[in-house]
Ligand binder design. Structure first.
Ligand code: C2O
Ligand code: CU
Length: 504
């Protein structure tokens, strides 16, 4: 079945087979001088009326690095950095998302992922999803709700959820991996009274940082492998240029005091194991869906595609130094710490907010679901089902379920559910050959609790290889069809996305 699907998709691209990338097409981004551009801060998008925004997606040019020519990108904003919307809990807003893109794609769509079957639909289609927002079906950016250049769609965001860092990005069927790669991403910081009452670094001491990787051609344009260039598609995209807020390896001058870093992994596929070059400890204060109960100290953690982390770092520990933020063997950016002590450096509160851990007994149903690859062509499916097959996850609005995500592959998959928040229960290694042979789960290791910074509310969960990861999900959502998927965008396009339906 899976092989047949691949065959169909491939037949349209026969001309590209066997052509490989000339080695001189791309630049070696690691040979660029790092830390020569200042970190851009996001432009704040302003309402055009009472709680009304109008955000146009346009093709623009961006200076990614001092020594790289101007790069054509797609953007929701005017500046280099992805733009920012700041919202307050309890104040609903609406956004008219306007597709003002040109008719020709920026990135070649010559791929053969399962979802490339949709390639004939308006190539520059878009639909915006506010990742992590609790919304109604119509406002969620359902992949099939895409619209072509010249059209727009209004989404309503109730902002009736706890303060956190959400982000918006494209979700158009079959092309979101290209659209996000081109730059269709933005930040959305939701504030509330709980957060405001805490003395956390704010204003210029709060830095929102979107982390992603790209590959550039010699002409400084975005390079994404495709059939015509490589004769093959990529199962996952990994670039060699590390980009933060629209600049390759920028630097940022900071005072010798505490800063709050709002980190977003917006890469197509790369997980960033994050640490500072000097191994300095820092405090994790929040995850995808808001603040943790209390700060958790660590020196490193993994941030997977789609995930956010709220981190407080005290630069007074390294006055006068230059400290790199590093991930996955790369320097992402550099902090240049002032020599003088800052006038004020308030300590972190010991308690952040109430996070009640959910009781497993509150679940009315447990679903066992597989994450697996099929055939030698890496079609990846949730629960053995393709996107277009009838919905199988039908949940009652307001009910709580446990989802057991059995990852039968050798890759980590960051799984995201739309419109809800959840908690991670635990993980346990499983015997995968045995499961394939007998469809029976045999565990091969102890139950491991969530990591300390995973004890809050989440909307993406890292599912490690050969492991059963359990989450508990209160489906506090309005009836309708939503999606759940792997946030590795190439996996998602290879059919690692399924609908789930909330019924009244
Ligand atoms: Cu961040 Cu369905 O996505
Ligand atoms: Cu995946």
């Amino acid at each position: 079945m899976a092989a047949a699907v691949r065959g169909v998709a491939q037949s349209g691209h026969v001309g590209g087979v066997g052509v490989s990338v000339p080695p001189d097409v791309t630049i070696d981004a690691q040979s660029l001088t790092p830390f020569v551009d200042a970190l851009p801060l996001p432009e704040r998008l302003r309402p055009v009326g009472a709680n009304r925004y109008r955000v146009a997606m346009k093709q623009r040019v961006n200076k990614l690095h001092r020594d790289v020519p101007l790069t054509r990108v797609w953007s929701y904003g005017a500046g280099a950095a992805p733009p920012l919307i700041e919202a307050r809990k309890g104040e609903a807003i609406s956004v008219e998302w306007v597709n003002a893109l040109p008719a020709t794609p920026l990135i070649s769509h010559d791929g053969f992922m399962v979802m490339d079957d949709h390639a004939g639909d308006a190539p520059n289609r878009t639909v915006t999803h506010l990742h992590g927002a609790h919304v109604e079906r119509e406002d969620d950016g359902y992949p099939e709700d895409w619209f072509a250049p010249g059209r727009s769609r209004v989404s309503h965001y109730a902002n009736a959820q706890d303060a956190t860092a959400l982000w918006f990005h494209d979700h158009a069927m079959g092309v979101n991996r290209f659209n996000i790669y081109a730059g269709l991403m933005g930040m959305y910081l939701l504030r509330d009274e709980v957060e405001n009452a805490l003395e956390l670094p704010r204003g210029k001491y709060e830095l929102p940082l979107m982390l992603y990787d790209r590959t550039l051609t010699k002409a400084g344009q975005l390079y994404y492998p495709n059939m015509a260039q490589t004769g093959d598609d990529e199962d996952e995209f990994y670039g060699d240029a590390m980009v933060v807020n629209g600049k390759i390896q920028p630097y940022c001058e900071v005072e010798a005091r505490r800063y709050r870093l709002r980190l977003f992994n917006t890469a197509n596929a790369r997980t960033f194991p994050l640490r500072f070059g000097n191994e300095m400890p820092f405090q994790m204060i929040g995850s995808d869906q808001g603040l943790l109960a209390a700060p958790v100290a660590t020196t490193r953690f993994d941030l997977a595609p789609g995930e956010r982390a709220d981190v407080v770092v005290d630069f007074s520990e390294c006055r006068g130094e230059r400290v790199e933020l590093q991930g996955d063997g790369f320097a992402l950016m550099q902090f240049r710490v002032a020599r003088e002590r800052a006038a004020r450096n308030p300590a972190l509160p010991a308690r952040l907010r109430e996070v009640a851990r959910m009781d497993e007994k509150s679940a009315v149903r447990t679903r066992f679901m597989t994450l697996a690859e099929y055939g030698d062509d890496m079609v990846m499916l949730l629960n053995g089902k393709h996107w277009h097959e009838p919905v199988t996850e039908i949940v009652k609005a307001g009910s709580t379920e446990i989802w057991e995500l059995a990852n039968l592959t050798d890759d980590m998959h960051p799984i995201h559910l739309h419109t809800v928040r959840f908690q991670v229960l635990d993980r346990q290694w499983m015997n995968v050959p045995k499961y394939f042979a007998e469809k029976r789960v045999e565990f091969t290791g102890p139950v491991t609790p969530p990591l300390t910074w995973e004890m809050g509310w989440k909307d993406v969960v890292q599912c490690p290889p050969r492991t059963l990861t359990r989450i508990i999900v209160p489906f506090a959502a309005k009836p309708g069809m939503y999606v759940w998927h792997c946030h590795v965008l190439e996996h998602e396009a290879n059919d690692m996305m399924r609908p789930f339906e909330v019924i009244a």
